[in-house]
Design a protein around this ligand. Sequence first.
Ligand code: RTP
Ligand code: MG
Length: 146
Amino acid sequence: ENVTEEPTERTLVLVKPDGVRRGLSGEILRRIEAKGYVLRAVQLLDATTDVLHRHYAEHEGKPFFEPLVEFMMSGPVLAAVVEGEDVIKGFRSLAGATNPTEAAPGTIRGDLGRDWGLKVQQNLVHGSDSPESAAREIGLWFPGLA
Ligand code: RTP
Ligand code: MG
């Protein structure tokens, strides 16, 4: 056993209500697993206003904040803890640019996302953007997870 090996990294992935509604949860999880990442925990849930305000605290006060929280409560969300080497960066690269119109083909948002011209980008997925965000968000969405 190599005791100097870094523990495997974790990220928090959300399939947002547009993705669940369009039946894309399986396709998105398929891409994550095909890349070689491991699903450590998965749950489908109705997000609460409390969890969403804490999840998106960095965006509080921005014009898209309240519409974003409302959108995230428009239907069930699939939350997953995904594990793998450099998975935080790696999943964001699988997801593609925030704006689906600008996201490169081959990415989740580039292949499957549409720009609805609404108040908030309905861009199918969320992925943590740093180890600190990942730890905070995993604690928020999976409070019981070791
Ligand atoms: P995420 O946090 O969901 O993984 O996406 P991200 O890092 O690429 O984008 P971020 O800047 O953190 O924004 C969070 C989410 O807010 C919505 N948004 N809409 N001007 C807009 O219409 C706008 N800007 C942001 C998107 O749903 C984005 O993913
Ligand atoms: Mg973000």
